[in-house]
Design a protein around this ligand. Structure first.
Ligand code: ADP
Ligand code: MG
Length: 143
């Protein structure tokens, strides 16, 4: 599925819709350049899950846990990961195969341990279509 948004509000609203429909155990990966809107989108997901506190990028911890919504929300940012073993150290399987919703930013860096059943999300700019334009591609993977 391809979505197009023309403002941060629209991107947040799309995230919100996905968060509102998310089922326990869902894993979403999120890839896109710096400043493209990953945090805006993730904030929407969190709101859709009923989380009111602001989402911040988990820069110095790999995962940030939010418990106040209708199910736990696990927000990963693996950008600074040095070795895949760091994922073992935090017990990633409990999150990936648990009852909450996972959002993994920079998921391409930990490709080898991603669950096969997941949703891949890519956010891209296209300056020809305007400064605030974003193309958001969402693909369900199953194999
Ligand atoms: P990232 O987390 O990917 O580094 P952020 O979500 O922190 O990016 O920032 C995205 C920036 O782009 C924000 O300043 C936001 O206002 C701006 N922006 C402009 N248009 C859009 C859009 N259509 N969707 C999302 N963000 C947008
Ligand atoms: Mg961010």
């Amino acid at each position: 599925m391809i979505y197009e948004t023309f403002s941060p509000e629209e991107t947040r609203a799309l995230g919100q819709k996905i968060g509102a429909e998310a089922l326990p155990g869902s894993v979403y990966t999120l890839v896109g350049d710096l400043g493209v809107g990953k945090t805006v989108f993730t904030q929407g997901i969190a709101e859709g899950l009923g989380i009111r506190e602001p989402i911040c990028s988990p820069t110095f911890t790999i995962v940030q846990v939010y418990e106040e919504g209708r199910m736990p929300f696990y927000h990963f940012d693996v950008y600074r990961i040095g070795d895949i073993e760091e994922m073992d150290e935090i017990g990633y399987e409990d999150y990936f195969y648990g009852e909450g919703v996972c959002m993994i930013e920079w998921a391409n860096l930990i490709e080898e341990i991603l669950p096969e059943k997941r949703w891949d999300i890519i956010i891209e700019k296209d300056l020809e279509k305007g400064f605030d334009y974003r193309k958001i591609t969402i693909n369900r993977r199953e194999e």
